[in-house]
Design a protein around this ligand. Sequence first.
Ligand code: PHE
Length: 474
Amino acid sequence: MVATTTSTSEGWSSRSAFILAAIGAAVGLGNIWRFPTLAGESGGGAFVIFYIACVFLLGLPLVLSEIFIGRVGQTDAVGSIRRVAAQSQSSQSWSIFGAIGALAAFLILSFYSVVAGWVLYYAGIMGADLVQAVMEGDPFRGALAGESQAQIQQRLGDMFANPGLLITMHFLFMGATLYIIARGVHSGIEKVATYLMPAFFVLLVGLVIYGSVEGDMGGAMSFLFTPDWSKLTPQVMNAALGQALFSLSLGVAGLITYGSYIKEGSGLGPTSAMIAIADTGVALLAGLMIFPIVLAVGLDPAAGPTLVFQTLPFAFQTMPAGALFGFLFFVLILVAAITSSISLLEVPTAYGIGERGWSRPKSALIFGGGAFLIGIACLLGYNVWADVRPLWFWPLFENTDILDTVDGFTGKVMLPVGALLTSLFIGWKADENLLRTTTGLSPWAFTLWRFLIAWLCPLAVAIILVTGLFPGIL
Ligand code: PHE
């Protein structure tokens, strides 16, 4: 059975290209910014251990499911689900979760690019500071020498108050994302992943070593891994489950789309495991990079979302070679962000190509441009539209600004819905033989996967959804 569609011509040049691109998609702001923030706010160890359990019991079966759908479907998410449904004698309406996923990816991209724009600006600040340090003949000094802690913190407020600056940074990041996607799977996504992911790992390991030499690694280890189970409240569990979905890019059909560019071979099980292990490994290493530095200078690990933008730059000031490593730190986040943002844009772009028959550049421009505009609304929510509450009528979001509303709505509603429908479809509707032959799992792994995807995933994800939407329920 050979599938013929408009998008079948594109594909990865090797299995490792796919794995690198998929790891690039998974590893992003979620690992380096969101994970340490949540771990810090949620008290460390118990959150981290519960999060790891979620990744392997819920995330991994879903990763395999999405790749399976793409591998069978060989086209955009909607068309791929339709094709699996057809081969399983199931209803075509299941393809709705492909459309939900593409819409979620588009919306996430809009604010993801805004946050990545902040990172770009900070990379610029730290880069300029490093150049100055070199010119002063002191390249190994701390970052932002001479600035007080209050002055460093004020930089974030100044940036938020400046819409022109925010728009410029957002524009540059979105432009780069669009350019890569317009170039296509092979010369765009794959090329970026194969150059940037190895560089990312070198930088990450370098920064972890720096943290362990200069920082408080022992303190960070016990903060991240010593569980205090009393801190594992329902809210913390809910946050950990949601973070597992977000970090693995689940529920937005990203891995369906990337999986559709796998042209041959099976063995999807080990591939999925590598993606889950790498993504989790990077999140933990990010924790082991950030917390030693934060703890060494006696700062608060529970600082929240500003940890990376206010707490760390100050920490880099007090540390040897902080100007250099501070700059490298923001470059690292930027690399992680771009390999994820391209995966976000690829999902709707593939949809436009496969379902609407648009050319790749046209589709990328329409969705990238649309996300850029929504992103502008998000960033204006930090200054001129600071009072706007888009979902004011919904108690859950009544006090939430524009960016946090888009983030909260996609994360709390759309991702879990996408993941729930994926698990129901694979667990209950997809043809057993098709699943077995395409995944190439051994009999016991297959049985375990079927159990997790049919029972544990739908139940657990339904819990995230309900507790996320009705916070008072627990
Ligand atoms: N997984 C990415 C990260 O951790 C973010 C992402 C979420 C990408 C959902 C795609 C879909 O940053």
